[in-house]
Design a protein around this ligand. Sequence first.
Ligand code: HEM
Length: 427
Amino acid sequence: GAAPGAPDGPGALPPVRDWPATDLPGTDFDPVLSELMREGPVTRIRLPHGSGWAWLVTRHADVRAVTNDPRFSRRAVLEQDVTRLAPHFIPVPGAIGFEDPPGHTRLRRVVAPAFTAPGVERLRGRAQEMLDDLVNAVLREGPPADLTAAVLAPFPLAVVSELMGVPPADRPRMHHWTELILSSAHGAERSARARQEMCDHFTALLRRRIAGGSPAGGGQGPGSRAGNGGSAADGSVTGLLAAGVADGQLTEAEAAGLALLLQIGGEAVTNNSGNILYLLLTRPDLWERLREEPESRPSAVEELLRYIPHRNAVGLSRIALEDVTVAGARIRAGEPVYVSYLAANRDPEVFPDPGRIDPGRSPNPHVAFGHGPHYCVGALLARMESELLLDAWLDRFPGLRFAVPTGQLRWRPGALIRGPESLPVTW
Ligand code: HEM
């Protein structure tokens, strides 16, 4: 609906709202997004970078329809300077976020086996071991500790590296590049250089694998356990990519670009699980309930994924390839459209009392991992890691609490993905 008195006939466009997307504390839901949701199912926004305006779709049903509709293209986004949150894009060849089917399908199919339930479950035991090592070290040191630095940063990095087949010696560099690529603080040029360096590194690793050698350092990746000399067929992501290049399913440049994106994506759990821990420590009832009812933890993880505002503002837009009507709004060919998964996760039609954390919520068809062809590749991996981390806090740190008043906690400034900079705790 338009404002009272405004023309409301067909063709009347909603006003363009500025969305400055400033830093927000804790897990606060963005008040601007709340207003946009109240204003209508489809509104128009202007973000800090790029030019012009874009449509914003917020209702659960509409978000699912748009993200599953081939009339909206990701590829076309690269041809426009769409209004956006990030100062720079990070597309490389193989950047599946900017691909449409069938090219998108072809690229994802190559790595899919590593991210299926059996692929991820194969890694659970090793992930548990790596987490135990980190937690044991924290307990040995004694309180206080920063659980972001000690566990939440190194654990997802180690797990995704293991899945990728990235040798342990390369992991600190991978982490450094990821930070530079995902942050705008060092400038677009430094980000672009980090992207190139990481790409070159993966290219070299893939070439060694195609040649049948083990990954650099030969170490403890899945390759060594497969006992096949680290050939392309060891089930690791770089193994799958090397096999795909050798078979001509994708180019070497596409494979390196895809590896880069997966490695970067792997670190998303650091921030998300940082927010989970923050919520647990600020809600004693929730902590107690999950401590006493371990069987309710998997559904609690889903509810926390729904509730947590994972990102700031909105991510990548889509461009209408033809005129499309969404919830009564006439979107014209060439116009950019954003969906908000965060808003869809608070749609009261689907989630009664959406602002409440209900660990037993059922059904819980949240879209925290997206929807449609671009659905998060790492969703099952992220779930597995989130569950292991939740168990670690609840079962291994009795009496866990913040070591500073919560008002002193610091949140990542200027971040695309929201999360605590550090979590100083004691027990
Ligand atoms: C895409 C959420 C963890 C890799 C996405 C999308 C969302 C998302 C909302 C975008 C859907 C769209 O473009 O419409 C999350 C959350 C995570 C998480 C909340 C943690 C709790 C991971 C992990 C990995 C990963 C662990 C890698 C191992 C990716 C990739 C894409 C993606 C590569 C692009 C997929 C495509 O465009 O086809 N994720 N993710 N994510 N995610 Fe995740």
